[in-house]
Design a protein around this ligand. Structure first.
Ligand code: UDX
Ligand code: ADP
Length: 480
């Protein structure tokens, strides 16, 4: 019986291992983490992450062939295959600060594996890491190996949050990179046979180590680039009277381009896109490719521009001041169907509005008050450290209130900003919301979820990203 251990019970490790356990009943899977609260939550009815379909998968396997534990060393020691899915924050200090990946957690995991291992192991890189990390890890392991054979593989995860379970059940591809030596190829085959339990053979791609590592950074960079491209168009649409939804539909009809991932928004968020692009930029710079680095940097610049453009639009529309005005924020997560707020555009938008002294009332169906307060007080890049290293008692953000109901959030507000595309926001009773708001009542839709024309009939002044502007907004142009 093959034993798998995954170090890091986060958004990637948890769901991925749960699906491996479900699809491979004869494999024993242990997910380990240094965070006891996180492991306790995985062992409870209230899982630490919200992901549609995850509860059922965990319930089916937990206690049978899926275990969550803080006994990291024991499970690593017993495993044949060790996945490493720990945090890889952006460095905040020293060489490469603000760009390079901080591999502290990876390195300590690797040293621990070398320390406790008594049998040969396949060590699988699951977190997104810079190209050639596997090589560095290989060095740590082999220099501390006490004669044990370690094979390093790169097996980047392409799941998206909110759809993690269906992405894992039916992946576009599984990518496995390894050394092109007989032992390396054997390790690749061993991991391939795990996925072959449910993934068709032709979707399991095998490459060399560096190609696998770079493919992950490249895929995320391409995806983010699509969003920045459509978001750049959204600014031009607003300036010219075109409608970005119509433009993206027409563009996406070209089969070479395709219709997916062309929704204009207030900006992309999530734990991967910005971090991976910064990483790519740093690698390009280190390899003497400043033009290539500049090219990718622009994807992030447009994303930042889109967020500040949104804030400017809100402030300029409301007579150039939001000071002491209640602004309702609907949605804080970085996308719908997740409670994850890592790099959510809502953080920058809220900070921008707070900078102009607004009073915020925030409602998100999945994000807790504690998380919101933490996010709005945390420094850039600090989010990607294990929870216990983050500030637990944030300095109070008196101007932020979070509530558990959209109607409560919008009551007496001057404006509503929609920052996440939760389905429930489409079904709100906007007449009721309008009646309870200050007038003129504004709606700034950062996700194009509401029917602007219907809201205008009710009496709202409506701004939708990339859509023709109301006369009111045209009279009060935003300075980006
Ligand atoms: C992404 C990749 O999709 C996934 O393959 C990788 O493994 C991890 O990073 P994730 O961050 O979970 O996944 O979410 P994704 O669906 O890619 O969305 C990222 C951000 O882009 C979200 O803020 C989303 O709202 C935004 N987005 C997405 C848009 O603004 N417009 C779109 O058309 C699509
Ligand atoms: P991802 O989105 O990549 O899954 P997360 O931040 O959700 O990232 O999860 C990473 C997890 O790794 C955290 O729960 C953290 O506590 C855990 N972790 C970090 N370093 C170690 C380590 N050395 N040993 C065990 N767990 C670790």
């Amino acid at each position: 019986m093959v034993k798998i251990c995954c170090i890091g019970a986060g958004y990637v490790g948890g769901p991925t291992m749960a699906v491996i356990a479900l699809k491979c009943p004869k494999i024993e899977v242990a997910v380990v983490d240094i965070s006891a609260p996180r492991i306790n939550a995985w062992n409870s009815d209230q899982l630490p992450i919200y992901e549609p379909g995850l509860d059922e998968v965990v319930k089916q396997c937990r206690g049978k062939n899926l275990f969550f534990s803080t006994d990291v060393e024991k499970h690593v020691c017993e495993a044949d295959i060790v996945f490493v899915s720990v945090n890889t924050p952006t460095k905040t200090q020293g060489l490469g600060a603000g760009k390079a990946a901080d591999l502290t957690y990876w390195e300590s995991a690797a040293r621990m594996i070398a320390d406790v291992s008594k049998s040969d192991k396949i060590v699988v890189e699951k977190s997104t890491v810079p190209v050639k990390t596997a090589e560095a890890i290989e060095k740590i392991l082999t220099h501390n190996s006490k004669g044990i054979n370690f094979q390093i593989l790169s097996n980047p995860e392409f799941l998206a949050e909110g759809t993690a379970i269906s992405d894992l059940f039916n992946p576009d591809r599984v990518l496995i990179g390894g050394r092109e030596t007989p032992e390396g190829l054997k390790a690749v085959q061993a991991l391939k046979s795990v996925y072959a339990h449910w993934v068709p053979e032709d979707r399991i791609l095998t490459t060399n180590l560096w190609s696998a590592e770079l493919s992950k950074l490249a895929a995320n960079a391409f995806l983010a680039q699509r969003i920045s491209s459509v978001n750049a168009m959204s600014a031009l649409c607003e300036a010219t009277g075109a409608d970005v939804t119509q433009v993206s539909y027409a563009v996406g009809k070209d089969s070479r381009i395709g219709p997916k991932f062309l929704n204009a928004s207030v900006g992309f968020g999530g734990s991967c896109f910005q971090k991976d692009i910064l990483n790519l930029v740093y690698i390009c710079e280190c390899n003497g490719l400043p033009e290539v680095a500049e090219y990718w940097k622009q994807v992030i610049k447009i994303n930042d521009y889109q967020k500040s453009r949104f804030v400017n639009r809100v402030v300029s529309s409301m007579f150039n001041t939001v000071a002491n005005k209640k602004v309702a924020i609907l949605g804080f997560a970085f996308k719908k169907d997740t409670g994850d707020t890592r790099e959510t555009p809502a953080i920058d938008v809220c900070k921008g509005l707070l900078g102009d002294k607004a009073q915020l009332s925030i409602y998100d169906p999945q994000v807790t008050d504690d998380q919101i307060q933490r996010d709005l007080t945390m420094k850039k890049f600090d989010w990607d450290h294990p929870l216990h290293l983050q500030p637990t008692s944030p300095t109070t953000v008196k101007k932020v209130q979070s509530v558990w109901d959209a109607y409560e959030a919008t009551k007496d507000a001057h404006a509503v900003c929609i920052l996440t595309e939760w389905d429930e926001f489409r079904k709100l009773d906007f007449q009721k919301i309008y009646n309870n708001m200050q007038k003129p009542a504004f709606i700034f839709d950062g996700r194009n979820v509401v029917d602007a024309n219907k809201l205008r009939e009710i009496g709202f002044i409506v701004y939708s990203i990339g859509k023709p502007l109301d006369a009111w907004l045209k009279d009060m142009p935003a300075v980006a």
